[in-house]
Ligand binder design. Structure first.
Ligand code: ZN
Ligand code: ZN
Length: 454
């Protein structure tokens, strides 16, 4: 059956189908035009075909042509068809009922009525681009599906994608902002029914990259909820709901939250140092995720100055830049491929003289530099980490003798090495270890991260 006969079938159903919806039924044909253009062209061609048959066809062809013209005039409310019939003095029925499209109830013709409610909903948000999504009422969906099935229409586009595109175009013109399909700042979800319309917004998080230094021992990287009450507040935590009074996260995040008008944020660090370890050098990379931001353009220089001033001698941030979700994944994955340099102050269990130290240091360097150590999950973290053996590479070790019971080491290792255990051996769980090679129990007293190289 050719296309024009299909059009006749559609309107013989005594149903009004608007040009938008008619065009949508044949979307896979004559692409790179619009549904409305396609719909109008189909109506006009059907009309012209019928008109010719009426003017120069056989008797039965004229009968068919009149039926077709009537269907277009009565059901499609197609003015050119009405005018031909009027001119030829052929009567047709004027349907008194409103010109309501059977499929869309004129949603496409009245798209502009949805603009106002959308604008109202998004007015408080800063965004550069957006995407329209639709959640369609089952009534619309079912009607469309059974219509297509009954008339064997196999080349249609879905109602949803048609609506998304048209609404997107209209909104883009109104806002003078483009649609964005991969990472839209704003996703506007329209819940659409024949008589209902509501909007839900999905706001892309704002990601800020930076590096932090920690000059203070005794604070964790991120807020640590109380183990006893899981953050509700109890006697154990002095009703603070947390294990430590503050954290790197809590010192850095609030100003960013204030500036971007968010209530919730997440701190993603490229690995983490222990609570009692300083983070020095050029700092540790982090990405701060600001959730549901109303502002996306922040004065990063001002924030840096403000935060560094407020946290003098505690925490310092630098290298701030706008970032994205992929960077969060990247800094997490890269953490184990980095080289880290530590400074460790080590206590010796029994006195040792300088000569002995030099000899043992030489043995230490020979054994460990460029080698792999095997670390079973340390006892101190065994309650929250899977028990397994990690292989870590040691690059460089430098040592200095301070006094008979204190030594200092500069150690460069692969990211994720447990340094305290590398020194103490953790009762043989790390091997080889400094204690094992020195043949004296050694203990890491103080540890600083001097640098993280990428
Ligand atoms: Zn329609
Ligand atoms: Zn508590």
């Amino acid at each position: 059956m050719n296309i024009l006969e299909k059009i006749k079938d559609i309107y013989a159903e005594k149903k009004n189908i608007c040009s938008f919806c008619l065009g949508r039924m044949f979307s896979l044909l004559g692409t790179s035009t619009t549904n409305i253009e396609r719909g109008k062209a189909l109506l006009l061609t059907t009309l012209m075909n019928a008109h010719r048959k009426y003017l120069s066809g056989t008797h039965s062809e004229r009968e068919q042509a009149i039926n077709c013209l009537k269907a277009l005039a009565q059901n499609a409310h197609y003015t050119p068809a009405q005018k031909i019939l009027l001119k030829e003095g052929i009567e047709y029925e004027h349907h008194a009922e409103e010109h309501k499209c059977y499929l869309c109830h004129n949603i496409f013709e009245q798209l502009h009525t949805f603009v106002e409610p959308i604008l109202k909903e998004i007015k408080d948000f800063e965004f550069d681009n957006f995407l329209i999504g639709t959640s369609l009422d089952a009534k619309i969906l079912n009607k469309e599906d059974s219509f297509k099935a009954k008339l064997n229409l196999f080349e249609a586009e879905s109602f949803k994608s048609h609506f998304n595109r048209e609404m997107g175009k209209l909104l883009s013109e109104t806002l003078k902002k483009p649609s964005e399909f991969n990472y839209p700042d704003l996703t506007i979800i329209c819940t659409l029914g024949y008589d209902s319309f509501s909007i839900e917004l999905l706001i892309r998080s704002l990601f800020i990259y930076g590096r932090y230094k920690k000059f203070l021992r005794g604070i964790p990287q991120t807020r640590w909820p109380c183990r006893e009450c899981q953050g509700k507040g109890c006697e154990h935590c002095n009703n603070t709901g947390k294990m430590y009074e503050t954290s790197v996260e809590e010192l850095i995040s609030p100003e960013f939250c204030k500036a971007s008008l968010v209530e919730e944020s997440k701190f993603h660090g490229a690995g983490r140092e222990d609570i009692d370890v300083k983070m020095l050098g050029s700092g540790r990379p982090f990405v701060l995720e600001l959730i549901n931001p109303k502002k996306r353009t922040l004065d990063l220089d001002r924030l840096k100055t403000l935060i560094n001033k407020d946290n003098e001698k505690k925490v310092e941030i630098d290298y701030l830049n706008y970032s994205d979700k992929n960077e969060v994944i990247k800094i997490k994955q890269n953490a184990k491929d980095t080289k880290k340099t530590y400074k460790a102050l080590v206590q010796v269990d029994q006195e040792i003289n300088q000569e002995e130290f030099e000899a043992k240091l030489e043995k230490l360097k020979k054994t460990l530099e460029g080698s792999i150590v095997y670390q079973k999950t340390p006892q101190r973290v065994a309650h929250r980490r899977a028990d397994k053996v990690r292989k870590k590479k040691i690059f460089v070790i430098e040592g200095s003798y301070l006094n008979p019971t204190s030594l200092e080491f500069i150690i460069q290792t692969q990211g994720g090495t447990y340094i305290k255990e590398l020194i103490s051996s953790d009762q043989g769980r790390t091997t080889p270890s400094f204690s094992e090679i020195f043949e004296i129990p050694l203990k890491c007293e103080k540890l600083d991260v001097l640098s993280i190289d990428y």
